[in-house]
Design a protein. Structure first.
Length: 259
């Protein structure tokens, strides 16, 4: 894949403090258009905190987040989602009592134009948009291999299938940038290989830029175009996988024998 020089996401000197704890410390990097970019590091390195600042769940103490050249630093999560950023979570956040189809359709409603009053009264164009919403939800379930269980409650899916359902729900937002927080967690080796191929296919099919956190080093090294490494909130290395895995600071802080 040829990475373009256009920056989709720019993290500029982002710091996040929680009282006396500095979870993210002046981190800066760009993610280029159509790139698969990985963020790795030990537990407590600040990876998920960084994701939360990008998606508006928490505000950075200082620094800026830019998306397609526009600053989104203090925007709310729903505003950021409308711009074209979607994410999955380390701790899965599905609606357990709702069906797979309903989980994806709920996310899709962010892209509908029907007003609240029309929706409550069932006035046009609600029926048309509802059909389009559920048709698209079914397409996305088919894409992630869950179309045959669209009526099953989310809580009854296996951990791996819940991960796939979360990805389908994120895709329903029609993102330009997809953030995946530990997508391979709980998967066996064969599932991880399939996931890697699947993420590549998503990038190519939807022209996505993908930013992911992942602890499984072989998956990250084989999948990502570039990797950033955090340690105690600091960015200690960034570059192509071959460069990063041979970086002495990275080996000492994280990779060890895996490097």
């Amino acid at each position: 894949m040829n990475i373009t020089s256009k920056s989709t996401l720019a993290i500029q000197q982002v710091t996040r403090r929680f009282g006396g704890l500095v979870a993210v410390n002046e981190v800066s990097f760009d993610v280029q258009e159509n790139e698969i970019f990985g963020v790795i590091g030990p537990n407590g390195a600040g990876k998920t905190t960084l994701f939360n600042t990008i998606t508006g769940l928490i505000a950075p103490t200082s620094g800026k987040v830019l998306f397609d050249g526009k600053e989104i630093t203090n925007f709310r999560p729903h505003q950021i989602a409308k711009f074209g950023i979607a994410r999955t979570f380390q701790n899965i956040r599905l609606f357990g009592e709702l069906s797979a189809l309903e989980n994806v359709a709920i996310a899709r409603h962010l892209r509908t134009t029907t007003g609240v009053l029309n929706g409550v009264l069932g006035l046009p164009p609600t029926p048309k948009e509802e059909k389009q919403t559920y048709d698209r939800a079914q397409e996305l379930l088919d894409l992630v291999g869950l179309s045959d269980r669209q009526d099953v409650k989310a809580k009854n899916f296996s951990y791996g299938d819940q991960r796939r359902l979360e990805i389908a729900r994120a895709l329903a937002l029609e993102p330009k940038l997809l953030l995946l927080d530990e997508p391979a967690a709980g998967m066996n080796p064969n599932e991880k290989v399939q996931l890697s191929d699947f993420i590549r296919s998503l990038r190519d099919r939807f022209a996505l830029t993908i930013l992911l956190i992942e602890h499984h080093v072989p998956l990250v090294m084989g999948l990502c175009d570039r990797i950033a490494v955090l340690d105690f909130g600091q960015l200690i290395a960034i570059g192509q996988p071959e460069i990063v895995k041979n970086d002495r600071a990275v080996i000492e802080a994280y990779l060890g024998d895996e490097g």
